[in-house]
Design a protein around this ligand. Structure first.
Ligand SMILES: Nc1ncnc2c1ncn2[C@@H]1O[C@H](COP(=O)(O)OP(=O)(O)OP(=O)(O)O)[C@@H](O)[C@H]1O
Ligand SMILES: [Mg+2]
Length: 273
């Protein structure tokens, strides 16, 4: 296992609660993402929020993205003393929205120009990403002319270009075949490791896929009354540190017995929610 230490706090979910018409959806959700520093290579962060359908993952996703305000509590990034604002965290939605009437190049230049006022620097940045993601020959095509995987890569580049290091992905593994699933996992790790401060936050119910990419996982669930009925409002019921358990950063981790054991453990806990 590579030696690692923790640096500064990159993103903090501080005691977030959410209610609709007095009905609790999220209750005191807290989580902290810190910079993981490995001495011998650039190591980004990948974390996941897991939980069954209807538990509040998408609601939490929108709060972390700065798109919705919580009823109480807040989300902060980079140690700032103010809540995160929309646009500061890149958001890759499930259907990978792009501007359909613009080419790949034009979509990406538009995103790059939001942060980079110098046209040449913006263009160079876009070309670098297109090269890194094997999309150079697609630059002149329109989104409709891309395959699903190419579209996903394009949407990811677009969001990295216009946000600072943070990328939120809602259910990035759903509806993918085995090869695409593996490619998406590789892509998530590649994007994370492009910069020490890059942080990918995945919201999903796919335990195996999340475990294969994440260094930390939070499982969301509800409390139950004496009769076993779920009480309204969910919170973090389990925190899994995969670094500490030596379950990350191995090329073939998913084939190892200890990984399968871990997935079984999380699945059992998931079933008990
Ligand atoms: N505008 C709203 N008004 C009232 N309740 C809402 C509203 N939006 C969402 N909810 C409720 O919040 C709860 C959590 O929804 P959310 O979409 O976050 O679940 P999820 O964990 O993402 O589920 P899934 O895995 O099915 O996507 C649900 O019970 C839902 O009915
Ligand atoms: Mg959802």
């Amino acid at each position: 296992m590579p030696t690692y230490t923790y640096g500064k706090t990159l993103l903090k979910v501080e005691d977030v609660s959410l209610e609709y018409d007095g009905r609790p959806i999220l209750k005191h959700v807290s989580a902290e993402i810190r910079d993981i520093i490995c001495t011998d290579h650039v190591q980004g962060q990948v974390v996941g929020f897991l939980g069954p359908s209807g538990i509040g993952k998408t609601q939490l996703f929108r709060i972390i993205a700065g798109l919705n305000k919580p009823t109480s509590g807040r989300v902060t990034i980079n140690g700032q003393d103010r809540p995160v604002q929309a646009g500061e965290v890149g958001v890759v939605a499930q259907d990978y929205p792009l501007f359909e009437h613009r080419t790949v190049m034009s979509n990406l230049l538009l995103a790059a120009n939001q942060k980079e006022k110098d046209d040449k620097t913006a263009r160079d940045k876009v070309i670098q990403y297109l090269t890194d993601f094997d999309l150079v020959d697609k630059a002149r095509l329109y989104p409709v002319q891309l395959s699903g995987g190419q579209r996903q890569r394009c949407a990811i580049i677009q969001q990295i270009l216009c946000s600072d290091h943070f990328l939120l992905m809602d259910e990035p593994f759903s509806g993918l075949d085995l090869l695409m699933l593996e490619k998406t996992s590789e892509l998530i790790q590649k994007v994370a490791n492009m910069d020490e401060l890059n942080t990918i936050i995945v919201v999903t119910h796919d335990i195996t896929a999340a475990s294969a990419v994440a260094d930390h996982l939070w499982l969301m669930g509800r409390d139950h009354d004496a009769k076993g009925n779920p009480l309204p409002g969910s919170h973090i019921v389990e925190t899994y540190d995969l670094v500490e358990r030596d379950l990350c950063w191995h090329p073939q981790i998913i084939t190892q017995p200890k990984f399968m054991e871990f997935v079984r453990e999380v699945k059992d806990r998931f079933r008990s929610l």
